[in-house]
Each structure stands twice: as structure tokens, then as C-alpha cells.
Design a protein around this ligand. Structure first.
Ligand code: ADP
Length: 176
């Protein structure tokens, strides 16, 4: 079985889909490690009308752009997408879907998704990377919750995200 080659000769392409609401240093670490494996990585911001998010899709794309601007633009793209992840991967000429695993709850969910995706498109492979021990405790939801209570989350997220979270929750503070 061979990995699909894109027309532009860039080699093996993977998409890295997620909500990224907001991006964390765990996500950044996964992008960095994904780029060590794949020739091109497309960070794909999912638009899911069933999921309510703190940040709009445009905000999430902008935050990712600001947080990942140190990676080579020829090898990493940021896009939003709607609909089936495997369809988007296929459209992008990708042969793999990259996901991170932080522990057994992630594993149970990801295992189900990977099997479903395999049924939907058999030539797209799910690839999992274990979270780095430095970041495995970080999730977008815990970061949001902590930030909403005024905790310092600056060591968990890229600087543009820390600034945006501070702004977001400042706006929501009741008038004194
Ligand atoms: P989703 O709603 O699709 O799970 P997330 O933005 O929460 O979107 O996560 C996107 C991907 O990044 C998932 O595969 C998730 O497991 C992975 N991920 C999230 N946080 C981390 C982290 N700290 N370390 C490694 N992978 C992570």
C-alpha cells in the first residue's frame, strides 16, 4: 500500500482536524511532530453547527495563523472545512488524518472515529501521536475554563491565544 502523492509533488499530505477552540501548546506540539513525519500538513478547523464554540471559525483560523507562523508556509496550511473530515482529506489529496491521544478517553473516541472513517474512505489512514508528556494535561476546554476564572494560562497556549482569551473574558466581566 503506498501513500498518495499530490499532483504538486509535495509528497505525503496529512490533515490535522480539530475544533482548536482555542489552539493550545498541545496542538502546536502536534503540528511540529506531524511535520517531522509528513511532507505537508493541513491544519483543518472544523465547522460543526452542533458544537458551540467560544471562538468563531474565523477567530480560530486567525489564532492558528498567529500561533503557527514559525512553521514553513510551503509545508503547513490552515483551512476551515465543513462536513465529513474524510471528504475534506480526500479533497486536499491527503492520505492521512493526524490526531493526538492524551489517554484512554481520547483513545475510545478516536478508535470509533477511525473505524467509521475507514468505512467511509478506505484509502485515508488515521495516524495517532501520543501527547507529549509536557502537554498531555492540556485541553482547550480546561484552558477556557481556567481562563474564565482569571487563572494564568500563558504557559499553556501561544501568546496570541492568551491575549485573545484575556480580552474575551474581560469583555464578559460584569460591570462594577
Ligand atoms: P476535537 O473537538 O476534534 O477533539 P480539539 O481541538 O480538542 O478538537 O483537538 C484536536 C486534536 O488535537 C485531537 O486529536 C486532540 O486529541 C488533539 N489534542 C488536543 N490537545 C492535545 C494535547 N495537549 N496534546 C496532544 N494532542 C492534543
Amino acid at each position: 500500500m503506498s501513500l498518495k502523492r499530490a499532483d504538486n509533488n509535495l509528497g505525503a499530505i496529512a490533515i490535522y482536524p480539530g475544533s482548536f477552540d482555542p489552539p493550545t501548546l498541545g496542538h502546536v506540539s502536534l503540528v511540529s511532530r506531524g511535520l517531522a513525519i509528513f511532507d505537508k500538513l493541513i491544519v483543518a478547523v472544523a465547522i460543526n453547527p452542533l458544537k458551540s464554540t467560544l471562538f468563531s471559525v474565523n477567530e480560530r483560523v486567525e489564532l492558528l495563523k498567529a500561533s503557527l507562523d514559525h512553521f514553513p508556509p510551503k509545508r503547513m496550511e490552515i483551512q476551515s472545512y465543513e462536513g465529513l473530515t474524510v471528504e475534506f482529506a480526500h479533497l486536499m489529496g491527503a492520505s492521512a488524518i493526524l490526531r493526538g491521544l492524551r489517554g484512554t478517553p481520547d483513545f475510545d473516541y478516536e478508535f470509533q472515529m477511525a473505524i467509521m472513517n475507514k468505512h467511509l474512505k478506505k484509502d485515508i489512514h488515521s495516524v495517532f501521536l501520543m501527547a507529549d508528556q509536557e502537554w498531555f494535561f492540556i485541553s482547550s476546554s480546561t484552558v477556557k475554563e481556567a481562563a474564565s476564572f482569571g487563572a494564568d494560562i500563558s504557559h499553556m497556549v501561544p501568546r496570541p491565544v492568551a491575549e485573545k482569551l484575556a480580552l474575551k473574558f474581560k469583555k464578559n466581566e460584569p460591570e462594577k
